[in-house]
Design a protein around this ligand. Sequence first.
Ligand SMILES: C[S@@+](CC[C@H](N)C(=O)[O-])C[C@H]1O[C@@H](n2cnc3c(N)ncnc32)[C@H](O)[C@@H]1O
Length: 237
Amino acid sequence: MQGQDEYQRTAAIYDFLFSRALREIRLNIRAVLTHCHAQNVIDLCCGTGEQLRMLACDDMLLTGVDTSQAMLAKARKVSPDVIHFLEADAGNLPLPDSGHDGVIISFGLHEKTAPQHEAIFSEACRLLTPDGVIIVADYCTPPEGFTSLLMGRLLIPIIERMAGLNHYHNYRDWMAGDGIDGFMERENPGKLSLIAPHFSGCIKLCVASKVKDAPLLACLKRHQHDKEPSTKKGTTA
Ligand SMILES: C[S@@+](CC[C@H](N)C(=O)[O-])C[C@H]1O[C@@H](n2cnc3c(N)ncnc32)[C@H](O)[C@@H]1O
């Protein structure tokens, strides 16, 4: 891709900075996908591919899409060959309709402009099979409470500011639109099957589908007793 790679400097240390903090969210994304028996999963704005690596033992076809050459270089270096990485704009993908039953967008929206959110989500809907799920994890308006406010009004904005001014402005706009709650209310393609809070409610994981009304909450609770990735498919169902 042409243009400046915003992740040029952070690609090498991204997992070191965020792996531990995001592990619970990634485990829950995995729990939803195994519960739904997803077979063909695509991660839009996949970064270093860590989420896909967590799915690599689950017998799924796995594809990661990102525009950052630095993030993709890191992803390819540390991922098994079964994961395919594609350098492309997630808002305009050279992929056929309805080919994926699991689409992940994890922290891939807040740093972009509203037209980009819409383009990426519209591609997610286009790629999705009729009974597939779109899983979105991103920031939301922090609820009342000391820890939530400390995290949501101080810590997260500092991290976002450190990522660059452009990134920060887009994050501010995302939050002004009520974060993931506002976004899913506006864009949800059919049913919102699950909303799970993380980080004292400052981050939410939302699962949307075109038709499905799956009782997904149980699969998240269950993974608490099954923290390590399993090699069997569908163990959380
Ligand atoms: C905050 S990182 C999230 C990475 C990963 N999903 C995660 O959960 O850690 C955002 C990623 O989106 C990528 N990105 C930004 N704009 C994109 C676009 N238009 N299409 C695909 N990827 C994009 C960036 O290169 C970066 O790797």
